[in-house]
Design a binder for this molecule. Structure first.
Ligand code: SF4
Length: 171
């Protein structure tokens, strides 16, 4: 987690916590029920926002370059896969239904994020993709997999609320 030398008010933390909680529940996700722990992660998100200009994951090292860190802007590209496999995201900000119901405990999660080299290789491969003959481009939300065919990706994913810059050209 990032050091806390940037000051964030408790009011700002509470406000963002409420917002994330509401959005998560509306989209079928759950914040960690340990409110104190969760609010500390929310505080780190706010600190990272001040530091870098975006919600870089509190549990990962940010480069400070948005383009490089897009996959770890919260909610990160790896959240859903970790929820499915480990019942929590890497930081345990989000937990599964089973954790909420007390049927499972979140456990340590191995890092799923590919290395920088692997990510760069993937980007190179994507560049070479030839679009097929659809009338409009298809965009995919990198966070939840939502697909839509339109000229531009939506400002906010209607499913997981990820911002426009988290969409990638799918077709
Ligand atoms: S969803 Fe991803 S970015 Fe957000 S706190 Fe969890 S692991 Fe970090």
């Amino acid at each position: 987690m990032m050091s806390q030398e940037i000051e964030v008010t408790q009011e700002a933390v509470d406000k963002l916590y409420e917002r994330l909680n509401k959005e998560a529940e509306a989209a079928g996700y759950h914040l960690n029920p340990d409110v104190e722990f969760t609010k500390e992660l929310v505080r780190s998100l706010l600190i990272n926002e001040r530091r870098y200009g975006y919600w870089s994951c509190p549990c990962r090292l940010s480069t400070g370059v948005k383009e490089e860190d897009l996959d770890i802007i919260c909610p990160c590209d790896y959240r859903d896969a970790d929820l499915l496999e480990y019942d929590a995201c890497y930081c345990a900000l989000y937990v599964s239904d089973k954790v909420i119901k007390g049927e499972k405990e979140p456990k340590p999660i191995p890092e799923r994020r590919p290395t920088r080299e692997q990510r760069n290789q993937f980007k190179e491969k994507q560049k070479g993709k030839v679009p097929t003959g659809t009338s409009k481009p298809v965009w995919r939300c990198r966070v939840c997999g939502y697909l839509c065919a339109r000229d531009e990706p939506p400002e906010v994913c209607p499913i997981c609320k990820a911002k426009k810059d988290r969409f990638e050209r799918f077709i």
